[in-house]
Design a protein around this ligand. Structure first.
Ligand SMILES: *Cc1c(COP(=O)(O)O)cnc(C)c1O
Length: 462
């Protein structure tokens, strides 16, 4: 199984290379050269078995079946629920797919736990070390810290905006106690953190020197690992049952993983509604065919405060009949002008993919958290609420609605309290978070300072 770049100018690579590299050298994103056809999951398969088959198909011959099975076994042992991603009925013909049973209570754990195991196995075999960087608005950093803490082959650098992540999100990043996890609190916002990470990769000499790698949402391993729970949900509801998925979306990695599952034959059909907050670039894209960079605004669902939904590029590549030149030209124009119209020839196909979108205001998000609590007795996080609010508005249909619950309510206790008056306590297994000491380093919003720090660490290790 080979992986090609959406911008058509990078050599094809295997699964391991695509996952260790992150972004392709031509600036594009990796996708499989062709979509493997995978037998749908069966109701009696365990999550680990489904994951092993699906990820085994994506890995091709880059890893043995035994390797993949071992990676999945170890990755999902850290989840607190036996079925990893359980479905919970929330209304007539409506379910919530709970993706928050991992170590940091957000769906990012599903992919990140697998990535941590993958890097460990491959780098040990190669006898190599890597410097993994990630910019985070809150959840990715914690998931990466949990996945890489103590890994012998990796130094992890997490850049988070100082005093702009929730206290619980920060605790998940800063209390691992692991010497290979380096938390940098940047004096700036999330976009500043992301700009530093991009600049680190853009300096090719530096990147090669420190063996730089990235695990943000454009990494193919994240998409591949997320396709698994769509297959598991289909199996749990019955192989022929039509499903419409509602996915709280930001970078669109999660929603695109559903499309991948469908393309590989793992779903009975495909209907995907991307639920967005007041940052509605993705909505404008899907509904009007216009890519427009807008300043992100703060909302109650910060993990979805995204101004550029980076995984859309993969969908664009598909609906453009895999014309990498067209993708490259459009993104170049977008980069220069801050806006670009989707070419005429891709708009028709985009409309036929099964994707649509809907926006939920800040006020409606809080109102939804309150209503959901009243109706079901359960607390949901503000991101999940954006999804259930959209589900509420959908026309009736034969299809079963499945809303993805992307984080645990306890990760956003301030918002939960505000909306419902309830205290979303941390699950027992996370209680010790508040007792462990925090370790992070404040740093100015300066590329040179981050480079010096990474270099100094490598010298100290050598
Ligand atoms: C990352 C995140 C999202 C958005 O997922 P994308 O794959 O970026 O669309 C939604 N909810 C939560 C809680 C998240 O952490």
């Amino acid at each position: 199984m080979k992986y090609v770049s959406t911008r058509g100018q990078a050599p094809a690579v295997d699964f391991v290379e695509a996952c260790l590299t992150g972004l392709a050298p031509d600036g594009g994103l990796y996708v499989p050269a062709e979509w493997p056809q995978i037998t749908p999951a069966a109701a009696n398969e365990t999550y680990v078995e489904i994951a092993s088959r699906v990820l085994g198909a994506f890995a091709g011959d880059a890893l043995s079946r035994d390797d993949i099975a071992g990676l999945c076994e170890r990755a999902y042992a850290s989840f607190s629920h036996a079925s990893v991603a359980p479905l919970n009925q929330s209304g007539p013909n409506q379910f919530v797919l709970e993706l928050h049973h991992g170590p940091t209570l957000a769906f990012k754990d599903v992919a990140m736990q697998f990535i941590g195991q993958l890097y460990d196995l491959v780098l040990k075999r190669r006898g190599e070390r890597m410097s993994v960087v990630c910019a985070t608005s809150g959840d990715t950093g914690g998931a990466a810290a949990a996945a890489f803490a103590g890994a012998e082959q990796v130094d992890l650098y997490i850049l988070h905006p100082h005093e702009r992540v929730s206290p619980v999100q920060r605790l998940f990043m800063t209390t691992t106690g692991a010497e290979n996890v380096h938390n940098l609190a940047v004096d700036g916002d999330f976009d500043d953190c992301q700009a530093i990470v991009k600049a680190l990769f853009a300096d090719k000499a530096f990147a090669a020197d420190v063996r730089l790698s990235g695990v943000n949402s454009i990494n193919w391993a994240r998409i591949a690992a997320q396709a698994v729970y769509y297959a598991a949900a289909q199996a749990a509801l019955g192989p022929d049952r039509p499903i419409r998925f509602v996915v709280p979306s930001g970078n669109m990695g999660d929603a695109f993983a559903g499309y991948v599952a469908a393309r590989c034959g793992l779903l009975a059909g495909f209907e995907m509604i991307c639920a967005v907050n007041e940052n509605k670039t993705l909505d404008t894209l899907l509904e009007n065919g216009v890519m427009r960079r807008e300043q992100a605004v703060a909302t109650p669902s910060p993990a979805m405060d995204i101004s550029v939904p980076s995984n859309f590029e993969r969908l664009f590549f598909e609906v453009a009949s895999r014309d990498g030149d067209l993708v490259r030209r459009t993104y170049e124009q977008y980069k220069q002008a801050g806006t670009a119209d989707l070419p005429e020839q891709v708009r028709g196909p985009l409309g036929c993919t099964g994707f649509s979108s809907a926006m939920v205001s800040n006020a409606d998000t809080l109102e939804e958290m309150r209503c959901f609590k009243q109706e079901t007795g359960a607390l949901i996080c503000p991101h999940t609420a954006v999804g259930t609010a959209v589900a509420r508005r959908l026309p009736t249909s034969n299809a079963t609605t499945v809303v993805l619950s992307t984080a645990h309510a306890a990760k956003f206790p301030e918002t939960v309290l505000d909306a419902t008056g309830d205290d979303a306590g941390l699950p027992a297994r996370c209680q010790s978070l508040r007792e462990r000491g925090e370790v992070f380093e404040r740093i100015t919003n300066d590329l040179g300072a981050v480079k010096d720090l990474i270099r100094a660490k490598l010298v100290a290790d050598a």
